[in-house]
Design a protein around this ligand. Structure first.
Ligand SMILES: Cc1cc2nc3c(=O)[nH]c(=O)nc-3n(C[C@H](O)[C@H](O)[C@H](O)COP(=O)(O)OP(=O)(O)OC[C@H]3O[C@@H](n4cnc5c(N)ncnc54)[C@H](O)[C@@H]3O)c2cc1C
Length: 335
């Protein structure tokens, strides 16, 4: 079975991995010159946090995301399994209660426990929630590892190549992210802005979410003093430079978590638009010889493993197992 995967974002690389595992001869075609800033996946935080996501996401996100950390550990390595710490300043204590009510798999932690988990935050917060089973990864290292393993396993990765017409008689898996709006009328962009800070004083060891009624922000450690701060959620497909307001909000949240972030270097400012369907759930479906995987919204790394399994089932003509799909697993491109 020969399969062409279009797009080397997290969706394309995960699909190629599942297809190669099942014995397909896979070619990945990517229009950018390398893995990098042209794909939305480059800018992700890399949180694998299904139980925290339950606060605002459908139950399918939790169900399908629960096994993501295991998949990533096996296929790419580099998963940090230290859970997520959810905090709120005393004035937003109501937000913490609301978050606790809407989620599961957490334990309430007091100031001492917070200091034990994250010594850098000692004395700064009186209460929080620890989601011990959650994890995070570095998206750039993880996608690089997938690409290297694909190449080592015989998959051809063709960069600088814009896919136009699907090769006749072959199955194509379309993982073009937001660029697939030319075929998927209901795909939209949800803009996300992020920063990377370097601080000598604040070294977090796990993902931390800081709750706020309007601007919930998370911080993900990247090692060597680097911390990713993200991410805005704006109904727009624009990739124009970060706005002053977003920059102030992200920096303000980092500063609220620890004032020493005020002295941090701003190493990077990034912007991209997440591909999303109207219900903010991803889909995999087949039309003729094309399988589409798209709409990963804010769950690219969390849900790519489950979507890749569905895509591989669709390529090989199998019906995805019940309980392993989101929605019906099939839809038409224009509906
Ligand atoms: C700031 C921010 C933070 C985020 N944080 C997280 C997080 O913590 N956890 C999480 O799970 N998700 C997170 N996300 C969401 C995640 O990044 C996306 O869901 C995911 O990247 C979408 O992946 P994709 O492969 O569908 O699209 P993309 O990564 O955009 O990949 C599509 C690829 O297709 C290529 N392409 C397009 N057209 C063609 C063509 N004609 N020929 C060849 N190649 C083509 C593009 O160049 C691109 O490389 C975040 C997103 C943002 C913006």
């Amino acid at each position: 079975m020969r399969v062409t995967v279009i797009g080397a974002g997290v969706a394309g690389l995960a699909c190629a991995t599942e297809l190669m595992k099942r014995g397909a001869a896979v070619t990945v075609v990517e229009r950018a010159p390398s893995l990098g800033p042209a794909s939305c996946s480059w800018w992700a935080g890399g949180m694998l946090a299904p139980w925290c996501e339950a606060e605002s996401a459908d139950e399918a996100v939790v169900r399908l995301g629960a096994a993501a950390a295991d998949w990533w550990e096996k296929q790419a390595g580099g998963v940090t399994r230290r859970g997520t710490l959810v905090l709120a300043p005393p004035r937003d204590a109501g937000e913490l209660k609301r978050f606790a009510r809407r989620t599961t798999h957490h334990k309430a932690v007091d100031g001492d426990a917070i200091a034990g988990l994250e010594p850098a935050l000692a004395g700064r917060f009186r209460s929080g929630l620890h989601f011990a089973a959650e994890a995070h990864l570095d998206p750039r290292a993880a996608t690089r590892a997938l690409a290297e393993r694909l190449a080592a396993g015989g998959t051809v990765l063709r960069f600088d190549t814009e896919a136009k017409d699907a090769p006749a008689g072959e199955v194509t898996v379309d993982c073009r992210g937001l660029a697939a709006r030319d075929r998927l009328a209901d795909l939209r962009g949800v803009r996300g802005e992020m920063l990377v800070l370097r601080s000598r004083e604040v070294a977090l060891t796990r993902s931390v979410r800081l709750l706020h009624p309007r601007i919930p922000v998370y911080l993900v450690p990247r090692g060597e003093g680097l911390t990713m701060v993200g991410a805005t959620m704006i109904e727009s497909g624009s990739r124009s430079p970060v706005s002053a307001r977003s920059l102030m909000e992200l920096l303000g949240a980092a500063y609220a978590l620890h004032p020493a972030f005020g002295e941090a270097e701003v190493v990077e400012i990034g912007v991209d638009a997440r591909p999303a369907f109207p219900d903010n759930l991803p889909r995999a479906w087949r039309e003729g010889d094309t399988v589409f995987v798209n709409g990963l919204y804010r769950h690219g790394f969390l849900l790519a493993p489950a979507m890749a399994r569905q895509a591989a089932d669709l390529v090989f003509g199998a019906t995805p197992l019940q309980g392993e799909t989101i929605g019906e697993g099939e839809r038409c491109a224009s509906c």
